[in-house]
Each structure stands twice: as C-alpha cells, then as structure tokens.
Design a protein around this ligand. Structure first.
Ligand SMILES: Nc1ncnc2c1ncn2[C@@H]1O[C@H](COP(=O)(O)OP(=O)(O)OP(=O)(O)O)[C@@H](O)[C@H]1O
Length: 254
C-alpha cells in the first residue's frame, strides 16, 4: 500500500498548497484524485515524491509499503522513484525530449536504472510498447511522429520500464479526444489488474474518474476532504463540496 499521512506542502513564495492531506492507495486499484483547478492535486503527487521546486517545504509522511520515503537519503529516494513508484507527467510533450527517438529515451531510462545488456533492454522496450498497444517499430519514431494518444501510451510504457509497484499519473488524458481518453483509461485499468499495481490518477473530470477508478479522493483548497468507493461517492456524497461536484456532473448529463 502507498500511504500519504498528514502531508503539507508550501511553495518557496510561502503559498501553502497542500494541508495535512491523507490518502491510501492499494495494490491493484486505481484511486482518482479529483477537485477543482488549483485545489492542490498535482502539488500533492509531486510533493509525495519530493519533486517540488527547490525552496519548497514539505512535512508529513509518505510510505511505499513499509518504506518511509522522506526518511531515505536523496539517492535512496531517487531509486524508489523509478523502481517502486513512477510518474506519468501532465502533458505528454514534457515526458519526451523532442530531438531523441523513442528508442534512445527508453534505453537511457533503462541504462540508468536497470543493469541490462543493450539486447535485453531493446527486448524489454518492445515488450512494454506491446503491453500498451503499440508496435515495436514505434521505437524508431521521434515524439512529433506520434499522435497524442500514442505519445501517452508511450509515456505509460516508459513509466513501466522498472516494473514499479505504484504509478502516479498527472492528468493522463488531458487534451485527448473522448474515445482516446476511454482507451487510455481502459489501458490503465488493465495495467492495474494485470500487474497488481496501484495507480493514483489526478483528474478534474469526475465522470472519467467514476467510470475508471475504484476509489475517488476529493481535494478542496489543499485538503483531502472525502475518500470513498467511486460508486458510493457518486450516489451519496457527504461533504458540501463533493455534493456540489456530483451535482454539476448530473447537470452536465441532463
Ligand atoms: N511553483 C509554484 N509556486 C507557487 N504556487 C504554486 C506553484 N505551483 C502551483 N502553485 C499554486 O498551488 C495551488 C495548487 O496548484 P496545483 O497545480 O497543485 O492544483 P491542481 O489541483 O493540480 O490544479 P489543476 O487541476 O488546474 O492542474 C494553486 O493555487 C497554484 O497556483
């Protein structure tokens, strides 16, 4: 289980974006972190991995199984970040270096974190691409030679290269059409089940969250205000802000 306990995060300008947030992510499950723009969703996931800008301050605890992340030295934290938990960034363009082929980018990530021969690394890259529904020949492409959906699949494949137990995805379907959004969500669901991986997914789309995630955690003004099974939170939200979110969803459906 990944567990965030009483996590607070303040940016260098003094803005306290996350306030004593708590959440639990079980293996094999998808937890969607939802809330209005600016509620602190992205800050929470970057803070939980020690990835906020220099000068930010973070307090609280983050556990990956029995490992307390902030108790590790920097080098230990860096290792955990690929091998135990990995991140799919918001906006696929930021996941790739535009001037390098996908093959180069896969191999660089694997060379840094895994001790594989070049042949083994290539075989693993092809296997991962196939797992996300792309053919191995995508390795020869540059990022601009792929569609948004293909880039997102590729970013997910790269995040899987060290076989992490947990995956954190920041708005994995932003800027994709609805059909591609649904395909990426199905892909994530399949990965969570097949690999028994816990996936924490940031989204502001409650409809998408409720159709994909096992559980939903609602953030409001930096606080995690309500966490519940998706079907329950949609049927009987408790907190006033969650009630308003669910009401806006049903108004959109009418
Ligand atoms: N580098 C920064 N310095 C200061 N404040 C920041 C910084 N980055 C984000 N913030 C502020 O922190 C708050 C939370 O931002 P965050 O991006 O975590 O929200 P979010 O819920 O993910 O929003 P969105 O859904 O729009 O991505 C916002 O008020 C934002 O302006």
């Amino acid at each position: 289980m990944m567990r965030i306990s009483s996590l607070s995060a303040t940016y260098p300008n003094g803005f306290n974006a996350v306030k004593k947030a708590d959440l639990k992510l079980s293996s094999g499950e998808i937890l969607a972190l939802v809330g209005e723009s600016g509620s602190g969703k992205s800050t929470l996931i970057y803070a939980s991995l020690g990835l906020l800008p220099k000068g930010s301050s973070v307090s609280g605890k983050v556990f990956f199984d029995d490992i307390e992340f902030f108790a590790l030295p920097k080098e230990g934290q860096r290792k955990i970040r690929w091998k135990k938990v990995s991140l799919v960034l918001q906006g696929t363009m930021s996941s790739f270096t535009p001037v390098l082929t996908i093959k180069r980018q896969f191999l660089e990530a694997m060379e840094e974190h895994l001790s594989l021969t070049p042949g083994e690394a290539m075989a693993k890259a092809v296997e991962l691409l196939e797992e996300v529904g792309l053919e191995g020949n995508f390795l020869a492409r540059y990022p601009h030679e792929m569609s948004g959906g293909q880039k997102q699949r590729c970013a997910i494949a790269m995040a899987l290269c060290c076989d992490p137990d947990y995956l954190l995805a920041d708005e994995p379907t932003t800027a994709l059409d609805v059909i591609t959004q649904a395909e990426i969500m199905n892909l994530l669901k399949g990965i969570a089940k097949r690999r028994n991986m816990g996936i924490l997914m940031v989204t502001h789309d409650l409809a998408l969250a409720s159709s994909t995630a096992d559980e939903i955690c609602v953030m409001y003004q930096g606080c995690t205000i309500e966490t519940e099974r998706s079907d329950i939170i949609i049927k009987s939200p408790k907190q006033p802000h969650t009630i308003a979110l669910v009401r806006s969803l049903s108004m959109m459906e009418e």
